[in-house]
Design a protein around this ligand. Structure first.
Ligand SMILES: Nc1nc2c(ncn2[C@@H]2O[C@H](COP(=O)(O)OP(=O)(O)OP(=O)(O)O)[C@@H](O)[C@H]2O)c(=O)[nH]1
Ligand SMILES: [Mg+2]
Length: 180
C-alpha cells in the first residue's frame, strides 16, 4: 500500500475473476497490444498495475480473484492486499467489474459486487468476451445479469465487451471520460 502513487488523482479500478480479460480490456481501450501483460493462463496479473491516463486519472489493473494455482500463502497475500486496497483507498472513484459473458456470475463475483456496493464505489459491469456468444445467447446473458444485479441497465452501466472485436469500446471510452 505504501508504494501506491501519492498524487491523489482519481482512480478507476478494473476487477473481477482471473482470466476474464481485465488486462486485455486496457490494451483494447488504448489501442496498445502489449501495454498490459495478458495470458491465456489465469493469474497473469500479480500486482496492482497503475496506468496514468492523460495526467488526469489512473486506471488500475488488479490481479484476478479466484486463481487457484498459486500457493495458499501468496493467494492470501493478494486477497489481503486487494481487500485493504478496496477498503482504504479513498481515491477510488469508479470500478469496472468484468464478468465473462459466457458464464453466470460466481460466488466471488457476488462477494466483490457486495463489497463495492458497501464501499459506495460507482460500478459498471462489463460482460467480457462477447465475441464468443451468438445473438440469442447475448440476449439471454443480458437478461440474466440484469435479473441478478439490480440497478444495472444495458448500455448505461452494463456493457458487452470484446477485446478481440472491439465491441463496446466506444461506449466504454465515452462512459469513462464522461464520468471523470
Ligand atoms: N475471445 C476473447 N478472448 C479474450 C478477450 N479478452 C481477453 N481474452 C483472452 O482471455 C485470456 C485472459 O485475458 P487477460 O486479459 O490476461 O485476463 P485478466 O482478467 O487480466 O487475467 P488475470 O490477470 O489472471 O486476472 C487471454 O488469453 C486473452 O487473449 C475477448 O474479448 N475475447
Ligand atoms: Mg490481468
Amino acid at each position: 500500500m505504501k508504494d501506491l502513487p501519492s498524487d491523489n488523482l482519481p482512480e478507476v479500478i478494473l476487477c473481477g475473476r482471473s482470466n476474464v480479460g481485465k488486462s486485455s480490456f486496457i490494451n483494447t481501450l488504448f489501442n496498445a497490444k502489449n501495454l498490459a501483460k495478458t495470458s491465456s493462463t489465469p493469474g497473469k496479473t500479480r500486482s496492482l498495475n497503475y496506468y496514468l491516463v492523460d495526467d488526469k486519472f489512473y486506471l488500475v489493473d488488479l490481479p484476478g480473484f479466484g486463481y487457484a494455482k498459486v500457493s495458499k500463502k501468496e493467494r492470501d497475500g493478494w486477497q489481503r492486499l486487494i481487500t485493504t486496497f478496496l477498503q482504504d483507498r479513498d481515491q477510488i472513484v469508479e470500478a469496472y467489474h468484468l464478468i465473462d459473458s459466457r458464464h453466470n456470475p460466481m460466488e466471488l463475483d457476488y462477494m466483490l459486487h457486495e463489497f463495492l456496493m458497501k464501499s459506495g464505489i460507482v460500478t459498471t459491469i462489463i460482460l467480457s468476451k462477447v465475441d464468443k456468444l451468438k445473438q440469442a445467447e447475448k440476449s439471454k446473458a443480458a437478461k440474466s445479469i440484469q435479473g441478478i444485479f439490480e440497478n444495472y441497465s444495458l448500455n448505461e452501466n452494463l456493457f458487452f465487451f470484446s477485446s478481440v472485436k472491439g465491441i463496446g469500446k466506444k461506449q466504454v471510452l465515452t462512459k469513462l471520460t464522461t464520468y471523470l
